[in-house]
Design a protein around this ligand. Structure first.
Ligand code: ASP
Length: 316
């Protein structure tokens, strides 16, 4: 195998932080992970960049656009992005929606900071580089590698606040694993549509449905560009909330339904007031098995790409 050139983009997160004597975790001067430019077992050269150094709750869609542009401008054979774990799934999915990369793009991070016992940053970075350097990873979309598992950006999610095994994939599970020798894939994700995103400054909040939900909060959102509802079960909401959603749809704001369940797909099954079938009939869109945060990004990408009139096809 010929020597690979890898673009390493460091963006911050626990992987770049240290624990101090009182147990707080913070960035501490130089990024310890940025010094790692040799991964044992991988014959590669590296370009290392730090476009920003942010805890991932600070990362915006503008930051995600910067990463997209860095990847598009590079002629590396593979890209690895180190990232905080809190919003890693969102950056991964944003890149998945907006890039059609001819080389592997892999995100990774750490659940434990660089000087904690059992720190997972270096093992995760090693597994991510092995994955990005492998031709097996081509054509699989944007990937997340954590704890030796390979996830598609579409369904990966952080499921546990602190556990090393936090990252899981909704519905289908991981698409591969990283062995000592490199990545081993079980399956290839389905082909996906890429969106030509030009701007990202849309106001699209996410509201979670709950027993007794009324119209109050939905009525505050009359000026939003769209709304994602984490509905109950297969896509149902209480009657007063449904009426407010229908008014919002009638005023021209797209409403996208996902489920607050951990897995499964939304479908317009129930025709009672507030049921998914009634919401669909009123013009709500159903986002399959996507989580709320991923459906939000897909709606923003579709609006930005000028597909506002084709949301029926995009959320089919
Ligand atoms: N709060 C941290 C972040 O997302 C968590 C992590 O990186 O694991 O930046």
């Amino acid at each position: 195998m010929s020597k690979k050139h890898i673009l390493l983009l460091h963006t911050g997160g626990t992987i770049s932080m240290k624990e101090n004597a009182t147990g707080s975790v913070t960035p501490d001067g130089a990024n310890p992970i940025a010094e790692v430019v040799h991964i044992p077992g991988v014959d590669a050269s590296y370009t290392v960049k730090e476009p920003f150094q942010l805890p991932s709750p600070h990362i915006t869609l503008e930051n995600m656009l910067v990463l997209k542009q860095e990847i598009e401008a590079s002629n590396a054979d593979g890209v690895v992005i180190t990232h905080g774990t809190d919003t890693m799934e969102e950056t991964a999915y944003f890149l998945h929606l907006t890039l059609n990369p001819s080389v592997p793009v892999v995100l990774t991070g750490a659940m434990r900071s660089s000087n904690e016992a059992g720190a997972d940053g270096i093992p995760n970075l090693t597994a991510a580089v092995k994955t990005a350097a492998s031709h097996e990873s081509q054509g699989k979309g944007v990937l997340v590698v954590m704890n030796e598992r390979i996830h598609s950006a579409e369904f990966v999610t952080k499921t546990n606040t602190g556990n090393l095994d936090s990252f899981q994939s909704r519905n289908g599970g991981p698409i591969g694993t990283v062995l000592k020798t490199g990545p081993h894939f079980f399956t290839t994700p389905l082909h996906k549509e890429t969106f030509e995103v030009v701007r990202v400054d849309y106001h699209v909040p996410i509201l979670k449905a709950y027993a007794g939900m009324d119209a109050f909060f939905i009525k505050q959102l009359s000026s939003c560009d769209g709304l994602v509802i984490e509905a109950m079960g297969q896509g149902n909401v209480p009657p007063e909330a449904a009426n407010a959603l229908i008014s919002l749809i009638e005023s021209g704001s797209p409403v996208v339904i996902v489920s607050r369940c951990e897995s499964g797909m939304v479908q317009p099954v129930y025709a009672y007031e507030g049921g998914g079938a009634a919401l669909k009939k009123a013009g709500a869109f159903f986002a399959g098995g996507l989580s709320g945060q991923k459906a939000r990004l897909k709606l923003i990408a579709a609006l930005s790409a000028g597909h506002g009139k084709q949301l029926n096809r995009i959320f089919s």
